[in-house]
Design a protein around this ligand. Structure first.
Ligand code: BES
Ligand code: ZN
Ligand code: ZN
Length: 502
């Protein structure tokens, strides 16, 4: 369950609150605004903490003041924002993350946040508030449905009340609160799906989940079964699915803003619910992580839900080819030649390069919608983790202006992307003696050759591919993301769609 956000007209000083959260810049000497009010009412408790030097406002550091009855607020939790001239929205998300985590660990159920948190260059107070609350909600995420011992579960903050001065201010931040809730829920959805183990998210379960999201929001949902995929000639998608006894599905979610909004934007997400490597079996060590191989699909589901909830003025279609990649008696094999939906043939070198295969058919299928553009997200190559680590996704494509838009969305959301060149020369690595192409090149430029492979399945639609193998999963806690499934891509796509829709 996600924290509930509310606003309330009131005064921070007189509020009967268990805890109020507040971010401060490093070395703020002069208090102003809300925090000054709190300081005055509590006869200088905050100022004396700062004077002591015990809390300097360093980035992500927290401190707590017990007001001992001086005011009706019981605790003031201060969190550092770092230096004022280094400030950006991601810092704000990080400070929200640290503050909410601190309150969560104390067992607090309800936190209060004043509406006006920062005055900083280039950031208005609504953006600042949204970033603080989003960072908070995202940091306290947990999936505890499989922990049966209640005592082992972490505390859950149920509610966050944003204190506003008057009705006018309440009106102003209403949208901010709604957007925070919609975006955080989309990330929660994506994280839940990625965190679930493969036995709790088979392609059929994912398809049902998509149906239920569609029912609850204004989305259309179509599930393409294996029999239908066979009729459609999705030969490559079906080949990957053959090693598993779980029926594969292609999930298609559609959001219709209306005919006036023109051709759709298509989002494609890789939906391998478990990647064992198939006959080209992966090593056993860390193989459990391969449940995250549908993180692209999860981000697409989250973004589709948010598009509907925000009523984005844009037609959007989400396509998630979902299957397991397992070695079975009927599994596809290295050396096999497959015929794709596009008609092009592929010589399989490794059955572990399955992501590009299922995406190939999904891309061809996507073009039938005559989209304005296609964006695909996939945990596609280990090479991308080596190149860019877990903070940054790889981006490549055939259209510079589309890439620029996604880079901008990345900067805005903190879900960063870095462009790799789709140098046609490297397609030489994929040349086959016996078919149109191989599915694997050499070790060199592994992320780029995967991108070049995908490019062969896009005719003339502006298209970008995001390789999210790194940032889909965090081995350690980050500023506002607990370790595990990050939900990477959901916020990026939502920002991209919002921007595109204007
Ligand atoms: N799902 C993997 C990519 C991956 C690896 C994601 C590690 C996250 C962590 C993908 O299907 C895969 O196995 N790719 C191979 C491609 C190779 C056979 C060309 C890889 O990266 O090793
Ligand atoms: Zn693989
Ligand atoms: Zn994979």
């Amino acid at each position: 369950m996600i924290i509930k956000f509310k606003s309330k007209v009131g005064n921070v000083v007189t509020e009967k609150a268990e805890a109020i959260l507040f971010p401060l810049f490093e070395n703020s000497r002069e208090l102003s605004g809300t925090i000054k009010q709190l300081d005055k009412a509590s006869s200088g408790l905050i100022q004396s903490l700062l004077d002591s030097g015990d809390f300097k406002g360093e980035r992500g550091k927290t401190s707590i003041i017990y007001t001992q009855g001086a005011i009706s607020v019981k605790r003031i939790i201060l969190v550092g924002l770092g230096k004022r001239d280094e400030f950006d929205l991601d810092r704000m998300r990080g400070s929200g993350g640290a503050a909410f985590e601190y309150a969560r660990n104390l067992g607090i159920k309800k936190v209060f946040v004043p509406a006006n948190l920062v005055e900083a260059e280039g950031v208005n107070s609504e953006e600042g508030l949204e970033a603080f609350l989003t960072g908070g909600a995202l940091m306290i995420y947990q999936l505890d449905e499989f922990i049966t011992n209640e005592k082992e579960k972490k505390n859950r903050i149920d509610e966050c009340v944003v204190i506003v001065k008057n009705r006018k201010e309440a009106g102003k931040i209403k949208e901010t609160i709604k957007r925070t809730a919609v975006i955080s829920s989309a990330v929660y959805l994506a994280r839940d799906l990625v965190s679930l183990p493969a036995n709790k998210k088979t392609p059929s379960i994912l398809a049902n989940k998509a149906r239920s999201i569609a029912r609850k929001n204004k989305l259309k949902c179509r599930i393409i079964t294996e029999a239908q995929a066979r009729k459609m000639d999705m030969g490559v998608f079906l080949a990957v699915a053959r090693g598993s006894r779980e029926p594969a599905k292609v999930i298609v979610l559609e959001y219709h803003a209306g005919c006036d909004y023109g051709p759709p934007v298509v989002l494609i997400g890789k939906g391998i619910t478990f990647d064992s490597g198939g006959i080209s079996l992966k090593p056993a060590e860390k193989m459990e992580r391969m449940k995250d191989d549908m993180a692209g699909g999860a981000a697409v589901m989250g973004a589709m839900q948010a598009a509907a909830q925000m009523e984005i003025p844009l037609n959007v279609i989400g396509i998630i080819p979902a299957t397991e990649n397992l070695p079975g008696g009927k599994a596809y094999k290295p050396g096999d030649i497959l015929t794709s939906l596009s008609g092009q043939t592929i010589e399989v070198i490794s059955t572990d390069a399955e992501g590009r295969l299922i995406l190939a058919d999904a891309l061809t299928y996507a073009e039938r919608f005559k989209p304005q553009c296609i964006v695909d997200l996939a945990t596609l190559t280990g090479a991308c983790i080596i190149a860019l680590g877990d903070y940054i996704a790889g981006i490549m494509g055939n259209d510079d202006s589309l890439i620029t838009k996604l880079k901008a969305a990345g900067e805005k959301t903190g879900e960063k992307v870095w462009q790799l060149p789709l140098a046609e020369k490297y397609f030489d690595y994929l040349r086959s003696d016996i078919a149109d192409m191989k599915n694997v090149g050499e070790r060199a430029a592994g992320t780029i050759t995967a991108g070049l492979f995908l490019k062969k399945f896009v005719k003339d639609t502006p298209w970008v591919h995001l390789d999210i193998a790194g940032p889909a999963w965090f081995e350690k806690d980050k500023e506002y993301t607990p370790k595990g499934a990050s939900g990477f891509g959901a916020r990026l796509l939502i920002e991209f769609l919002r921007d595109w829709g204007i």
